[in-house]
Every structure is written in C-alpha cells, then in structure tokens.
Design a protein around this ligand. Structure first.
Ligand SMILES: [Fe+2]
Ligand SMILES: [Fe+2]
Length: 155
C-alpha cells in the first residue's frame, strides 16, 4: 500500500492530535476527584494510545486489526455509570470534575469532525474504514462522558 505525500501528512497530523488526546486524558485522570471518573479517563487514554498506534501502522503501509462492533456491543452502550456525586457531596470537587468532562466532550467533537473531513482524502477503502472506526470510538468517548455527567446531574 503506497500512500501519497498528502495522505502521509494527514496521518501524521492525526497522530499528533491523538498524542495530545492521550496526554489530555492522562492529565484528566490524574486530577479528577472521583475515582470512577479517573477510571473512565484512564480507559479512554488507552483507546487514544491505540488510535496513535493504528495511525502509525497505516503510515507503515499496514492495515491495523481491530474489531468493528455494532452499536449494541459498543463500549458506550455497556457503560452504565453510577452516581458518585449527590447533594451532600463536595460541590467544588463536583464542579472540577464537571469541567473536565465538558472540556473532554468538546475535544472529542472536534477530533471526530477532523476524522470525518480527512477520511475523504484517502484513496484506499481499508484506510477509510479504519479512520471511520476511530471516529466512531471518538463519538463513543463523548457518549460515555456524557453518560457520566448525566448520572451525576452535571448535564
Ligand atoms: Fe482518538
Ligand atoms: Fe477520543
């Protein structure tokens, strides 16, 4: 699989973005006040690391192996967070965690849109499918964080 110069540049840029996402979630995991939210951010950081690796494989001319899941089997579908915050909780902690969530959802929106736009630049259908898979996972990240916010009356 030979990539054009433009395709290679796009993959490189997406990889830089994935690195930033990974760093973002690791930082969020280290500063989140609630343990369940820390776990969620840690889990998402691992996905972002996998995305980074997938893009590296594509740049090496390989198609990464991943499982395409239907919506009922998705990570977001099975994620059922319980409320960590209630009326008696520390409100400053809650606000802090809510801000991390809101920032992260905004980020995922942007990244997801970026995949959608860039996908159209590729000639190879397998690469498009892989980028589409990553894009779906970004949407699921936002969905899981939204579910967390909702469970904790932050949304
Ligand atoms: Fe990602
Ligand atoms: Fe993401």
């Amino acid at each position: 699989m030979i990539l054009t110069e433009k395709e290679t540049t796009i993959l490189k840029d997406l990889q830089t973005q994935e690195k930033a996402c990974m760093d973002h979630y690791n930082l969020c995991a280290s500063t989140a006040k609630d343990g369940c939210l820390k776990d969620l951010f840690t889990q998402i950081a691992k996905d972002e690391q996998e995305h980074y690796q997938f893009l590296g494989q594509l740049m090496d001319g390989q198609i990464p192996s991943y499982k395409s899941t239907d919506s009922a089997a998705s990570k977001a579908f099975s994620y059922q967070p319980k409320a960590a915050y209630n009326a008696g909780s520390n409100q400053a902690d809650k606000q802090h965690d809510a801000l991390l969530c809101t920032d992260s959802i905004g980020n995922e929106k942007m990244v997801s849109a970026d995949y959608n736009t860039n996908l159209f630049q590729f000639g190879n259908g397998e690469i498009r499918k892989c980028l589409n898979h990553i894009q779906t996972e970004e949407q699921e990240h936002a969905e899981m964080i939204y579910k967390y916010k909702k469970a904790n009356s932050m949304a």
